[in-house]
Design a protein around this ligand. Sequence first.
Ligand code: ATP
Length: 363
Amino acid sequence: MTTYKIALIPGDGIGKEVIPAGRQVLESLSAADPEISFSFESFPWGGDYYRAHGAMMPADGLEALRGKDAILFGSAGDPDIPDHITLWGLRLKICQGLDQYANVRPTRILPGIDAPLKRCRPEDLNWVIVRENSEGEYSGAGGRVHQGLPMEAATDLSMMTRAGVERIQRYAFGLAQSRPRKHLTVVTKSNAQRHAMVMWDEVAREVAQEFPEVTWDKEMVDAATARMVNHPATLDTIVATNLHADILSDLAAALAGSLGIGPTANINPERATPSMFEPIHGSAFDIMGKGIANPIGTFWTAVMLLEHLGEIEAARRVMAAIERVTANPALHTRDLGGTATTAQVTAAVCAQVASTRSCLTPA
Ligand code: ATP
């Protein structure tokens, strides 16, 4: 039996509701499958921790995470703390500190979901967005001068290194190669941004030589938004910079039906550090504490976590359970037009996880 060490960081807002729900699903998996077990450790970092300690997480927090097999993260954000403090003090600190440079966001229209694009069949929208997660527009380079004076100035510098661009392009081409369509779209803005984005394009051309089986094309980020809406079936794997992919993946999540469904993996492909898995949505203060947050994004995130651990059959089993539940409109939360609660959806997925065993395990 393998016991995986999982760090749980619920964080803020509905993170505190969906991460315990994700834990329940993983526990129902280990209850049904004696080959897998989890040892959870929960870290109470986030806005409340900041109010008590003046920091979103302790200075040696990364060290506590290093020994884990994976991290399940909720969200960071607090109505009383500026967003740049909550983001940089927790999520980005972990992603950058543990060099989780590939942010991977699959998008599909799950069974039973009424997605907003009327001409788009579920089979037309099956994408994985790979977001550069360590530098670019969110490198943190920049500064403010003359603060508070009329001549105040501020810069945010988009920093792209050849090594950073190469490793994310290589990861994206490799991922595209592993998918049936073997197609990659490289999103760029090299018409207007004539330095770093031109290097981005050049590196894509070079890395493409290593992947002769992969067909690829290049799309400006503005045109990419229109293509996602008008010709979704022409896309498969997509790679984009930190900022571009941040925006495109929210659009992708909305086109698939709700921000509450999509998963994210922050991967260190070399496995030198633990990778971190989180739903695509944020803290959603408007619904926190009401018990109506959609936990499906966290459950799909748990599927990505299991895949990363190499537990492919277990991942399939949880995904099958999720799809059976989304197929039933009576189990849709409010964001999907239904009235189900977080607890009801969680109980239904756990029950499906328990009952799918017989289909997957040979007699
Ligand atoms: P943050 O600033 O932390 O990114 P946010 O509230 O600005 O958080 P999101 O949490 O990503 O942004 O979501 C935007 C809106 O989408 C929420 O206000 C909420 O109404 C809805 N939403 C997001 N996630 C969920 C979910 N899991 N279940 C139901 N509704 C959701």
